[in-house]
Design a protein around this ligand. Structure first.
Ligand code: SF4
Ligand code: SF4
Length: 470
């Protein structure tokens, strides 16, 4: 027999048809029912890949160091064979902008699929729900356990659930923090209670956030805290795919015998079993229409398809559909908004790849000494500079340092050898050998390059000051 959700009649639009409050609107805990189906399997696949990436990447090594590591102390971001420095911040910003446009593109195409299938908040919430199921049982058992007075059985089940939640939160926090602190050091330190205070505090904070977000707050994060859920609906158009209930086919809803001639009774395909509501992680009724709370997870699609199979009806009463397709019209793929986002995305990715290829693997910074000028032993006017050179490559580099302009000479080492990632501050002096009467300030250009590596070059302008008589 089909189990009903706890209901409360709030209003009667049609005297013969009382309207129920959904779990979301009742404000109590949402007890989701287990289900199976295509979209659940797709989500498991997505979550599996996400986990392998998230938990596995931190343990990968590359050239003797952690392959992906954001070394905040040194201001370096290592990602496999490349190291990004604060000077490359623009490239990291570009990655975020590309990700944002990617999300816009996906949102126009298929609504909130990111939320339903890949968002860490949803993914970890599914894991926590699974922990709930194996410790406290499926939906009916959990509802009973909630209502039951405290007993040893309830204490043990609740305790086991929270132990798994805390365990998952801790492992997640360690994996996250290990992208900022070498993972082996961090894990060894935590296991021997000898970890540094900073990373330990971050692990504790992140574990607490995971435990609260995925265990207690759940859909409240999606509904009230996530900024994306607030503005994503403005990106939708009438061809965006969303999870939708086909009201034309489903109404009037109502129970019936399996092989009854329900059309004659004026009923549609919806048997009003509420399975779509019972599996919904945000506790809404998709039959009320497209809602801000829907994360497009497809759970109700799977649940309803299963019901349709049992009833011998065609699948797809609840399905991924656009507003136009529900009206029986064809979905338009080539539409201005989608093409606009797609075009911006392609241009941004192209520009990023170009900028990455052109990125110089040496950085030069020049600071002029605060003294105005001085006269050297040859009677020439001289200015002092400090050159800061960073070898941003993964190899030892030998650079030539030079100065453009025939009227100046550069005094200091003409060649520098730097180890991978080394930062070197080297003082230089520049002398004016061809005095000019016209100017007391001159623009000069320092250059640095490795003649054997065309990606290792940089140039920086500075100012040379001489007395007016020159
Ligand atoms: S699962 Fe399908 S048949 Fe059951 S109430 Fe939902 S829409 Fe109707
Ligand atoms: S209505 Fe359906 S698709 Fe939307 S959140 Fe609920 S179960 Fe997922």
């Amino acid at each position: 027999m089909t189990e009903r959700i706890p209901t409360r009649i709030i209003e009667t639009i049609d005297p013969g048809k009382p309207k129920r409050l959904t779990p979301a609107k009742e404000g109590g805990p949402i007890h989701t029912r287990s289900f199976s189906g295509l979209f659940r399997n797709l989500r498991l696949l997505g979550a599996g890949l996400l986990f392998i990436l998230f938990f596995g990447t931190a343990w990968l090594d590359w050239n003797g160091r952690q392959a992906v590591l954001w070394d905040l102390g040194a201001g370096q971001f290592h990602i496999f064979g490349s190291t990004f420095w604060p000077q490359d911040f623009i490239l990291l910003s570009a990655i975020l902008i590309i990700a944002a446009f990617g999300l816009f593109f996906i949102s126009v195409l298929a609504g909130r699929v990111w939320c339903g299938y890949a968002c860490p908040q949803s993914t970890w919430t599914w894991i926590f729900m699974w922990a709930e199921k194996i410790t406290e049982g499926d939906r009916n058992q959990r509802i009973k356990l909630d209502a039951a007075p405290w007993s040893l059985n309830k204490l043990l089940r609740r305790g086991a659930k929270h132990a798994i939640w805390l365990g998952v939160s801790l492992v997640t926090a360690v994996a996250f923090v290990s992208y900022f602190t070498p993972v082996r050091e961090l894990v060894a330190g935590l296991l021997t209670l000898d970890a540094e205070l900073g990373p330990t505090i971050w692990v504790a904070l992140f574990a607490t956030a995971t435990y609260l977000n995925a265990g207690w707050l759940r859909e409240q994060v999606c509904l009230h805290m996530c900024p994306y859920s607030r503005f994503q609906s403005v990106m939708f158009d009438s061809d965006t795919l969303n999870v939708a209930y086909d009201a034309a086919r489903g109404e009037s809803r109502g129970p019936r015998k399996k092989d009854s001639d329900y059309r004659v009774e004026g009923l549609g395909d919806c048997i009003d079993c509420t399975m779509c509501v019972q599996v919904c992680p945000t506790g809404i009724d998709i039959r009320d229409g497209l809602q801000l709370d829907c994360i497009s997870c497809g759970a109700c699609v799977d649940a309803c398809d299963e019901v349709m199979d049992k009833m011998g009806y065609a699948r797809g009463l609840v399905r991924y559909a656009s507003e136009r397709s529900l009206e029986g019209k064809k979905i338009r793929l080539l539409r201005p908004r989608l093409m606009g986002y797609g075009l911006v995305l392609i241009v941004m990715i192209g520009a990023f790849i170009w900028a990455l290829g052109e990125r110089s693997l040496v950085s030069l910074d020049v600071t002029r000494d605060r003294t105005l000028y001085r006269e050297n032993s040859a009677g020439q006017i001289e200015n002092m500079y400090l050159l800061k050179v960073i070898n941003k490559s993964q190899q030892v580099q030998r650079y030539s340092v030079g100065l453009q302009g025939a009227q100046f000479t550069l005094q200091g080492p003409s060649e520098l050898t730097l180890a991978p990632g080394e930062i070197s501050d080297v003082p230089y002096s520049v002398a004016l050998v061809e005095p000019s009467r016209a100017a007391s300030t001159h623009e000069i250009h320092f250059t640095i390059m490795n003649p054997n590596d065309r990606s290792a070059h940089d140039s920086v302008s500075s100012t040379f000051i001489s007395p007016a008589r020159y």
